[in-house]
Design a protein around this ligand. Sequence first.
Ligand SMILES: Nc1ncnc2c1ncn2[C@@H]1O[C@H](COP(=O)(O)OP(=O)(O)O)[C@@H](O)[C@H]1O
Ligand SMILES: Cc1ncc(COP(=O)(O)OP(=O)(O)O)c(N)n1
Length: 282
Amino acid sequence: MQQSQQREYPLALTIAGSDSGGGAGIQADLKTMQELGVFGTSALTAVTAQNSMGVHGVYPLSVETVAAQMDAVLSDMGADSVKTGMLFAPDIIRVVSAKLGQYGRIPVIVDPVMIAKGGAPLLQEEAVETMKVHLFPLSEVVTPNIPEACALLGLQEDDIRSEADMAEAGRALLRYGCGAVLIKGGHLPAGSAGGECVDVLVTGGAEPSMFRTPRLPTRHTHGTGCTLSSAIAAMRARGENLPDAVRAAKHFVTAAIAASVPTGQGIGSLWHAAHREVPAGR
Ligand SMILES: Nc1ncnc2c1ncn2[C@@H]1O[C@H](COP(=O)(O)OP(=O)(O)O)[C@@H](O)[C@H]1O
Ligand SMILES: Cc1ncc(COP(=O)(O)OP(=O)(O)O)c(N)n1
């Protein structure tokens, strides 16, 4: 049951892992929701020991812990949208899917987090099928990057090389019962797509929609996927329709990448307050 009618502000729930480095996971999600005027709540699935150099440890929580957090939030506060991120294990995916089914028709944005930028696995191999079978049919939209789309479809990593390939992959993923699929183009070769970063939204009926922004020349892109999916969830919680939510989220993430900060020695993180035009450090 949703309790949103008792609130005067939108509320979104993120079900995801913790990134101790603060750039991705639940930390990126809550910063994004706050910046977009949405009250963020959370159900933690795993703790990662992570920094700009990579993932140094993954510590999943028990299914009981995940279920208890979802029950606590959804039975009392409700949610106008839900975003899922790192779910890590098949039993966590099963309990998250069961709880989402129990609490009814909330728009669910599924970011099928599989591998961190440095290559660390954030989803067990045996959990991929569980995610497709149990979670995808509950989604309003699933937001894979190109390596994730390839893994989900059993393709080679370089099988998706163009906007047309992205659209075809999106259509193929719809067969798992996703409401829509947004294939993110950050991993296309930098020289392709005319120097743009293109994300392709595929829904049941209409032609695919392309969302284009300039490709920004920075390596400090840790947390881009988490930020985009939680911004979509925030805009849906605010009542925007899906294409408008994606458009606004893409602008939000682009501004945050443009102002990214070199946290640590490796890949730095986005600056989520960038849309306010507040320089980092102020
Ligand atoms: N260098 C970049 N310049 C502008 N936008 C980018 C850049 N890299 C990624 N993006 C955007 O960030 C979002 C996340 O994309 P992507 O990097 O493909 O996902 P992930 O972070 O899950 O690997 C998308 O909207 C993508 O277009
Ligand atoms: C705890 C946690 N969740 C998700 C990710 C992946 O985040 P993403 O936004 O895809 O960014 P990169 O890791 O690819 O930079 C994560 N690293 N940690």
